[in-house]
Design a binder for this molecule. Sequence first.
Ligand SMILES: *Cc1c(COP(=O)(O)O)cnc(C)c1O
Length: 437
Amino acid sequence: MIFFSTTKTTAPVSLKKATLEGLAPDGGLYVPSEIPRFSEEELGLLESGSFNNVAFAIAKKFAGDEIPLDRLSRLIDECFPFETPLQELSAGTFIEELFHGPTLAFKDYGARFLARMTGAFAAEDQKMITVLVATSGDTGSAVAYGFHGIPNTRVVLLYPSGKVSRLQEQQLTTAGDNVFALEVRGDFDDCQRLVKQAFVDTDLKQKLTLTSANSINISRLIPQSFYYAWASLQLRKRFPGKLPLISVPSGNYGNLTAGLMAKMMGFPIGHFIAASNANDSVTRYLDEGRFEPKPTVTTLTTAMDVGNPSNFARLRHFFDGDFRKMGTEISGIAVSDAETVEAIRSVYKTFGYIMDPHTAVGFRALEKYRGEHSVAGEPGVVLSTAHPVKFDDAIMTAIGQEVPIPEEMKEIMEKQKNATLIGNGYEELARFLSNLD
Ligand SMILES: *Cc1c(COP(=O)(O)O)cnc(C)c1O
């Protein structure tokens, strides 16, 4: 499959090049030249398949001409050794739990696939790829555990000392082997500045092949379409002739973009709800047709605190820049912190189910949408993007209870922290990177 940049000023590239580059040289985001379509017959066959069968069928359409199929099939099995449960909260309302991966958040789906694709492509060229990431928490941990043990790759993570939670720090610093954690005496902006400096360091480029693993990489988006496709097929069996509404707690809008791609491939999906917190630039665009990103506001749902969402360029591309067209597929609904806490509380009280705050934003947005539109009979799905234990302060505020710590997390909490403390000047980072291998 061929990919081109949203700004269309660079030549089309292979999946390999798009994956290893991340961002196109013209600053645009890679998009597929055409979205592959599944026929009704193919969908029928997949309906009785497993999650990994569906994932493989999609991956094959995007990567089948670049990676041998038996290799791709093994790669998919290595990516998703965990469950993707679709829990029925009440009649016709489902929570798709995307937090059963090693770091307990949906970013595991994207990071694990990206890691294995990067490893496969790097092995072809007998290269060692060094992934350099600045992180304030969740992306970094998914990347650390995603790339852990993948041949031909290594990861260097920079995180601000004392500015991530203990649980996050454990996730960032305990993978070991080919994953190196640098604890920076500074804040997140220092970490980002250092990473940017490394990317333009020509001496370093002679020694290392550097890449980033941020959410704009097309190989992080492709695997996120898998769980939309899988859920839609499960629901079609139970609700024949009805198309599900899917509510997506959004920050950079990568997750929502992946959902749209699943729908364009022909999977039976109805309407999307783009659920946001007070960072509502896309919601306002959908209402008014003007995209006016604002400085980021801090909310309870920190993983969605994005003032200027990076995947907006892709969304706009898919709708030819027409906000009315976008509005026929997506409704934007903003949810306040107070409503988020109330949603966690009421869902717990009514169903005994503990939702993380990001999921609660999605849930509340679905309720609002249903209150304003007549959508009787259509099932609704809320994507649950994180395990509640990751945001236990908010849960405590809402329901006055601790969240039981899952087994995987207990293991990580007991591991030895392994990080190198560095200052916020570039020389120390440059020295560390030059001394790798
Ligand atoms: C990253 C993240 C989101 C937002 O996803 P986008 O793809 O950036 O829109 C939502 N919830 C959680 C828990 C996240 O970590």
